[in-house]
Design a protein around this ligand. Structure first.
Ligand code: UDP
Ligand code: MG
Length: 307
């Protein structure tokens, strides 16, 4: 039975798969414990699967899961975690941007009793300024609006204890923003600093379109604020419209000049505000429905004594 599992999502990575296998195996062999490596081929259209099959043919510690088509990075990680049997599971990208040589540090923290060990990037080589900047801004915004506090400058490179993996497997939600879920489940979490490298070879599989989709998954899965924004704006509109109308009324009643245009404007603003406010009320219910649909447990027990 494997003590350690290493999950590696791969999409069109024929240029790096051999290096990934060699480096990960070398590090794992040096750990001196039973381990398994799980390659998840996310519907690659190049030679990734052929190479994976060949590598697995010569090594029974290497297991390969292959998707029927490209489902995406997060589903690939999820599938790997579902199939991992180790007591500690590490997720690492196949492009070697996260150096496998850092894994022993993750395992060391795990042996100290930490159950989630994030890799935190102290530098990002070979990534465009645009990517660094958008990542920076995005995580800060997400933390500002969401109900969870994501650790900054971390990606999907991390170690999860068996208890955490099982807790995550028990979450039935479909749109899985894995790094958010990891934070959400709790347990003892820490991080290890490392330098994020440039890709070993090949190019990014995250064009802007996918980055935006991942970002929107992150926000919608962990924040109700966008749903509530309409209601707040509607309330503000109604209040200011009422203020304008009341001022005009007061002016009229006290014999001062008043503006018919302002009254019309207030009436229109008020009607608009009312529409938004009603949408906000509907959204409050929608938020509850969404919350129920995600069906996350109300709590996760980490330990029981005396039962
Ligand atoms: N990946 C995947 N499915 C996808 C896109 C990416 O399994 O649809 C894998 C990819 O092979 C790599 C990891 O996820 O191992 C991270 O992708 P990438 O390096 O392209 O993202 P970036 O580091 O540029 O954000
Ligand atoms: Mg990468």
């Amino acid at each position: 039975m494997a003590v350690y599992s290493v999950v590696v999502p791969l999409y069109n990575e024929e240029a790096v798969i051999e290096e990934a296998y060699a480096r990960i195996s070398k590090v794992m062999a040096s750990m001196g414990q039973p381990y398994e490596i799980i390659f998840v081929n996310d519907g690659s259209r190049d030679g990734t699967m052929d190479k994976a099959r060949m590598l697995a043919g010569n090594d029974d510690k290497l297991k390969v899961l292959s998707f029927s088509r490209n489902f995406g990075h997060q589903p690939a990680i999820t599938a790997g975690m579902d199939h991992a049997r180790g007591r500690a599971v590490v997720v690492i990208d196949g492009d070697m941007q996260d150096p496998p040589e850092v894994m022993p540090e993750l395992f060391a923290k795990w042996r100290e009793g930490w159950q989630v060990v994030y890799g935190r990037r102290s530098g990002r080589k070979g990534e465009t300024l645009f990517k660094k900047l958008t990542a920076r801004v995005f995580y800060r915004c997400l933390n500002a609006v969401s109900e969870i506090e994501l650790p900054l400058d971390t990606g999907d490179f991390r170690l999860l204890d068996r208890q955490v993996v099982d807790a995550m497997k028990a979450l039935p939600e479909r749109n899985r923003y894995v790094r958010g879920l990891v934070t959400w489940v709790g347990f003892r979490q820490t991080c290890v600093e490392y330098e994020r490298k440039a890709r070993a070879a090949g190019e990014t599989k995250y064009p802007l379109r996918r980055m935006l989709r991942l970002a929107s998954d992150g926000v919608t899965a962990f924040s109700q604020k966008p749903l509530k924004a309409g209601g707040i704006i509607g309330t503000l509109l109604c209040v200011s419209a009422a203020a304008v109308a009341l001022t005009q009324l007061a002016r009229g009643l006290t014999g001062r000049s008043w503006s018919e245009t302002a009254c019309w404007a207030a009436a229109i603003l008020f009607a608009q505000g009312l529409v938004l406010l009603c949408a906000g009320i509907q959204n409050a219910y929608l938020a509850r429905v969404y919350d129920e649909a995600k069906a996350r447990p109300n709590y996760i027990v980490a330990e029981k004594i005396g039962f």
